[in-house]
Design a protein around this ligand. Structure first.
Ligand code: B12
Length: 223
């Protein structure tokens, strides 16, 4: 089977919520010599299409749930491949990552986590529905260089500012870089809430994290 055909079939398997076929096709693509990021891009495209169908009421929450399971199953195959690509890299900074309070969309955050870890960052994943105080506490305890927040809904993205407010009120804003992302998050929004940057996908998130750690302002400092 051709790379293009297998990629299309993988996207179809995600959209159909086929938890058994999706990882097999992901594996097959890797065997064909596809880059792991080629596969993750296909997974993301499928979810984006589902989002549009969901918005048009062509599909419903249970459809998204089975698609999410298929996505996760494929990611289990991709994750070791991503790490293998980056094997031998030296440890970079520490990142605390999570999905903000009220939000349970984890797939994007997981992809960012996996790619940051594969690039050599030490990543502490706080999971989903994470309260502002918890982000701040975890960052303090792990002396995180970067706090990475994900939000997928216009109704929850405002919670990102709460985390920055906690850091400011504790006098620790300068100890950590703050990066934000998720479908509704824009550069303008990141600027408005005083974040240090945002990125539209996991590869750009990794580039952003690297860029921030090599710029002037010291981070991960004293608590
Ligand atoms: C899958 C999905 C679900 C699944 C999530 C399963 C899971 N385990 O994550 C389930 C079924 C649980 C779900 C539930 C709901 N969902 Co939903 N969901 C989606 C959907 C279709 C795809 C999201 C996704 O996983 N994308 C794939 C990943 C890979 O992409 P991503 O998340 O965007 O992440 C990438 C980038 O954004 C970036 N990124 C992400 N995080 C970060 C963080 C940092 C720091 C950086 C730098 C970058 C970065 O990099 C990632 C990788 O490339 C979106 C549609 C969409 N367009 O986003 C709707 C969507 C987000 N959901 C929506 C809604 C309304 C809901 C529900 C309220 C539905 C309901 N009636 O119950 C609930 C909310 C539950 C809650 N409290 O959170 C709306 C939100 C509308 C809004 N207000 O903004 C959307 C936009 C659908 C729509 N078009 O209406 N959902």
């Amino acid at each position: 089977m051709h790379l293009q055909t297998a990629t299309a079939q993988l996207e179809h398997a995600i959209e159909a919520g086929d938890e058994e076929t999706a990882p097999k096709l992901a594996e097959f693509l890797l065997d064909l010599g596809a880059e792991p990021t080629h596969v993750t891009a296909a997974l993301s495209r499928a979810m984006a299409r589902l989002g549009k169908q969901f918005q048009r009421l062509d599909i419903f929450v249970p459809d998204l749930l089975v698609a999410a399971d298929a996505f996760e199953a494929a990611m289990h195959v991709i994750e070791p491949a991503l790490h293998a690509c980056e094997a031998g890299r030296q440890r970079k900074g520490t990142v605390v990552i999570g999905v903000v309070e009220g939000d349970i969309h984890t797939l994007g955050k997981n992809l960012v986590r996996v790619m940051l870890a594969a690039d050599g960052f030490q990543v502490h994943d706080l999971g989903r529905d994470v309260k502002a105080a918890r982000f701040a506490q975890a960052a303090r305890e792990s002396k995180a260089d970067i706090i990475a927040m994900s939000a997928l809904m216009t109704t929850t993205m405002g919670r990102m500012k709460d985390v920055i407010d906690v850091l400011v009120s504790e006098g620790r804003r300068d100890n950590h870089r703050v990066i934000v992302g998720g479908a509704p998050v824009t550069q303008q929004f990141a600027d408005e809430i005083g974040a240090d940057g945002c990125a539209q996908d996991a590869s750009r998130a990794v580039a952003l994290a690297n860029r921030l750690l090599t710029s002037d302002r010291p981070v991960g400092g004293e608590t």
